[in-house]
Design a protein around this ligand. Sequence first.
Ligand code: PLP
Length: 451
Amino acid sequence: MWRVVAVRALRGPGAGAGAPRAASGAAAAQLRRRLESELEDIRGAGTWKSERVIASRQGPHLRLAGGGAGACGGGGEEGARCLPPVLCPDFPLSVPAGIINFCANNYLGLSSHPEVIRAAVEALEKFGAGLSSVRFICGTQSIHKDLEEKIARFHQREDAILYASCFDANAGIFEALLTPEDAVLSDELNHASIIDGIRLCKANKYRYKHMDMQDLEAKLKEAQKHRLRLVATDGAFSMDGDIAPLREICQLAQKYDALVFIDECHATGFLGPNGRGTDELLGVMDKVTIINSTLGKALGGAAGGYTTGPKPLIDLLRQRSRPYLFSNSLPPAVVGCASKALDLLMESNAIAQSMAAKTQRFRSKMTAAGFTISGKDHPICPVMLGDARLASVMAEDMLNRGIYVIGFSYPVVPKGKARIRVQISAVHSDEDIDHCVEAFTEVGRKHGALP
Ligand code: PLP
């Protein structure tokens, strides 16, 4: 009886099992009004981000739940739009292509690679669902140590430390490493997680203009008065597909006795002859001191991040880095995915090279068609359109033609620099890419982006 009374008290009168309960009271009502008004402002500003729901595995071809263009005759969940051919086994590959996905960071197509999936299942079976603990209490398994060793070997560094995400790796490193005696110099267009990580530390902060080496040099001169200088940059910038001038950055770092940190989320696994990243691409592997990167993009796409670099730094992070110390260990299945992805990349550079060839195909065909593609040699290919509305209507029309791409406009990118970002993957076929270029050309002509 006491249980029934307790449950009723918790639910409140009349509330059915599982029904949402609104908190009562003036403060809760005031909060609700404020939140609703803020949400209205976001909608009014045209910056509302909605999420399409995918009903299949991540891959070059998708099935979207509910709406969207590209209906096909394939099977699948009730109400799902079917977008074959997919890696999903219930779709025959002979069905003509529906929606082709050009907006994931699945650069190497490993998110649904059968060996990656098998490795995850095996790790799940052998090591369980999760550790119910942080690393230093009761949460380190042999697979975590093995993966850290593999990451360090892949990047040719002394050691590595795993995090739940690269966002966490970026949140942890600056505070653990830098004191008020030190300085950090950060590219103005660095990823939000670097900006937040730097905010958390007490070092002196300098922001240099995007990839502007003159400005970086001026800031380095100014920062000579501090004990230690750390230059922090994305290796590849995800909005523009441009690659940091690491050679020049490393030269300046050497001249002004600074360390170099790079975030390699959009480089690890595919930039450089062996996919080691921006430092390999630009021949400065021995000049970059610290690398942070993600397991959630090219390396299997599950989740997770890491720092790799000098052993004493990694040892210090294990003692001091708050997102590492106070957050749960990576789940074994996630570790299994990333570990297998690294095995595949260390066995052969064929996947990375195939992605590079496809990137080249897309960039050159789009340029020949009359479009301006920002960046160079990177699978992030922003189709520059300028006008926010044009980017939005063209992206929508591309979806109607079976091509899934996303338009970006202010405040995600500067005003007047709206674009549609296309991301190439090693698992796109040449036909997928040609189809995408044809659709862009058609839609571009229709909306006046092309003559
Ligand atoms: N750094 C960069 C440059 C990114 O693009 C991202 C993800 O979007 C992150 C860090 C965060 O990575 P994660 O998804 O592993 O938290």
